[in-house]
Design a protein around this ligand. Structure first.
Ligand SMILES: [Ca+2]
Length: 330
């Protein structure tokens, strides 16, 4: 049949797939062989889906993990920066040490409340409208971004430095005139830090008028954090149960990536209930400066609900620009 589907489930021709929950960039063509980068061999891949990620509509985001979508570049990659502080349940648990210049002695306002991922706050002691709250990591971290979340606007920090400890406190970032906070508002600050330190703090030198300083939550994001991610598609329906499948991935290596080791591809024909790993995933060419990774497997005794899945491994930074899943039913 060698016919393809155009986006949005708009089918042309005979024997096409019906694209349910479809990807955004279906390419309609009569011959797979005309496609740049496609590896063609017997059998002929008669149907398929192509997703160039111009939107997220083709991806099953609920069942994917640790991925982040770049709308400007139309690609998926690993979650870039993540909070390096664990969800604290005391000043010292589960790890690291939270501390503060002072805190309200009433229960519930200790330093760790700024790192507990709940609606409780660190609040300075009565009459102290300046002060600091700090976190010490068990191992040094290169913090490149931090967030500050306010609760009571008048208690929110207005002027501060964000500092790291290296024998003395080193100022990494200075903010002044941070006003107009909404309750629960989070503000994010990136810093050009390339040094790993154990301890970091926000040192508030003025607040927004109250007699205390309050911080609902703080996060400190480390660089070099590249969690492995899982990306899988929504299902598309094949006309008839296929017997072979092929995947083609337009792939960008940020770190050096070995296909089959640092990125693996899987195909399903039962809606993602079971996946078979594509063996021999390998570089088969380039397109627009990116690598084309391809691999094929037999898919037998299966259904018609077609899903692809990619997993990354070994914390290798990489970007996925397009995925094409083709199958042979004839
Ligand atoms: Ca909190």
């Amino acid at each position: 049949m060698n016919r393809w589907v155009l986006g949005g489930g708009f089918a042309i021709g005979v024997g096409v797939i019906s694209a349910m929950a479809c990807a955004d960039s279906f390419v309609m063509r009569k011959q797979i062989g005309s496609t740049s980068g496609a590896v063609l061999s017997s059998p002929v891949y008669s149907e398929g889906i192509t997703d160039a990620f111009t939107t997220e509509s083709g991806v099953n985001t609920a069942n994917s993990a640790n991925q982040t979508y770049n709308a400007a570049g139309d690609y998926y990659t690993s979650l870039g920066v993540v909070n390096a502080i664990p969800v604290m349940t005391s000043d010292t648990a589960p790890s690291g040490v939270a501390s503060a210049s002072s805190n309200d002695p009433s229960p519930g306002y200790g330093a760790w409340r700024a790192f507990d991922n709940t609606g409780t706050s660190w609040i300075s002691n009565s009459g102290l409208n300046t002060g600091w709250v700090a976190y010490q990591f068990p191992t040094p971290q290169t913090i490149v971004q931090y967030t500050v979340q306010a609760d009571v606007a008048s208690r929110a920090p207005k002027d501060w430095t964000f500092q790291a400890f290296s024998g003395s406190w080193v100022t990494l970032d200075t903010q002044t005139g941070q006003t107009g906070w909404g309750a629960g508002e989070t503000r994010t600050f990136s810093i050009p830090n390339t040094t790993a330190y154990s301890s970091y703090r926000i040192n508030v030198t003025a607040n927004n008028g109250n007699s205390r300083v309050q911080i609902l939550e703080m996060q400190m994001m480390s660089s070099g954090t590249t969690p492995d991610f899982t990306l899988l598609s929504n299902a598309a329906a094949a006309t008839t149960a296929p017997h072979d499948g092929q995947i083609e991935v337009l792939h960008e290596s940020v770190d050096a990536v070995t296909p089959g080791t640092d990125i693996k591809a899987f195909l399903s024909c039962d809606g993602g209930g079971t996946f078979a790993e594509v063996t021999g995933l390998a570089n088969s060419g380039t397109e627009g400066g990116y690598d084309i990774l391809t691999g094929a497997i037999p898919i037998v005794n299966c259904g018609t609900s077609m899903v692809w899945k990619l997993t990354t491994h070994n914390a290798k930074a990489q970007r996925i620009h397009r995925v094409k899943y083709e199958w042979a039913s004839n």
